[in-house]
Structures are given as structure tokens and as C-alpha cells.
Write a protein that binds this ligand. Sequence first.
Ligand SMILES: [Zn+2]
Length: 259
Amino acid sequence: MSIIIHPIKAFSDNYIWTLINDVNKQAIVVDPGQAEPVIDYLKEYGLDLTAIWITHHHHDHIGGVAELREHFPMTHVVAHSEHGVKPDQTIKEGSSVSAWGASAQIWDVAGHTASHMAYVLDIDSQKHVFCGDTLFSAGCGRVFSGTIEQLFNSFKRLNTLPKETLLYPAHEYTANNLRFGLSIEPENIAMQAALEVAIEQTANNRATLPVTLDHERKVNVFLRASEPEVIEGVKAKVSLPDEKPLTVFAALRELKDNY
Ligand SMILES: [Zn+2]
């Protein structure tokens, strides 16, 4: 099957990930915080919007839904009951959604918000994960209505995916996240190299995403909370009651909040 996945830019640093079926000229968008850039893009390429997938209720992820519904009346809105849109299909942990015969499993990856879904889409055995504001390249979402324990467990779960899994976060925060990571692990060569690439891509107006899970395991301090270098880097900044991965993860999140 041929599905193209393309980021439509919105606001200053959001990506509205767009799944395009080149054969029937249909499209699915994930988290359309704005309608206009989506309408413009679909018009330019002669595409019809058939579905909207929502990860969580924040305005920069749902703000364009009402207008897109008006513009494309056949659009099927997929969301959790707490996402602030009236879903045509209500999802929760364990649900599945289809995209032209491919199937996406719904994972509850709470933490950033209390109700945050990830879409784990399988296309010809390659997994593509639309993870919203849970995991960013080299970073993670802030804890708003969820808890740090939930976010930690969501990271643990995402880390069980095959290493070649492609991750599609909803924001371009990569370069800044890598700078934070290097403040913890200054000697991490993979992070240093990734920062150089991210700076170059950003300067050329190109997305640093998607990223593989394998890459994230090397450059994302939040996935590296058990690594001795990360524990040492955190302890150089704050005192820890213990060195459990959750303790280190929570300390990292707090350090990043104030970075
Ligand atoms: Zn959010």
C-alpha cells in the first residue's frame, strides 16, 4: 500500500501530520490545530479529507476541527470522549482505527494530559506512531493534567516498540531539546551529531521529524533515565533521594521546565 506521510506546518512550531493515499486522493490529518493550512494544502494537491485523528484536547491540536468539518462534511472525526470535539468514532485504549485497509491501534499514553492517545499505525509491518505531545524528538511533553508517573509509564511503553518504529511528534522542538540533553550529557556524541543535523534542517525549513525509536534511544534523555551518564548529569544539578528511573525521569522533567 502506498501512504505518504507529510507534515503541514501550523502556528509557529506545530506539525499537522497528513496521511495521503495517492491512489484515491484521500487524506487523513492528525491534530489539526488550524484549518487554513490544511485546506490550502489539500486544495493544492487535489485531495479530499476523509478523517481527522485527535491525540488530546489542547487547542493547538483541535482548533481547526470545526472549520474542517464544515469544509469537508464527509470527514470522520476520531477522538476520545474527553478531547473537546464531538467524535464520529470515540476511541480509548485498545480501540483501532483504519486507514485504507491499514490499521492503527490506540494506545493511552497519558501524562502530558490525563487523556492522551497515540495512534500506532502499521503499514506493511512498519510502525508509524502519532504520539502528539507525549514524546518529542530528544524530549517529552510537559505535565499538565496528567501525572509524571503516567508520562514515565507512557515512555516505557513506547520504548517497547520495534526499534525501527517511526515517531511523529506534533512539535518542532528538536534542537532545543538536544541542547537541554547536552546540558545533562555533554559527552553524548549521538546528541552532538543530531544537534548539528537539526540546526541545518531547521535553517533550511525542513522538519527534523519523523525519527526512529532507535535514534531516540540514543539522543532522548527521557528514554535514557537508567543510563549512568544521565544519572550523573542529573545529580550534578540536583540532589536525588534515589536513582530509580522514575526519580531521574521526574528530575529531568523539572530541570527541563526551568531550562
Ligand atoms: Zn498539548
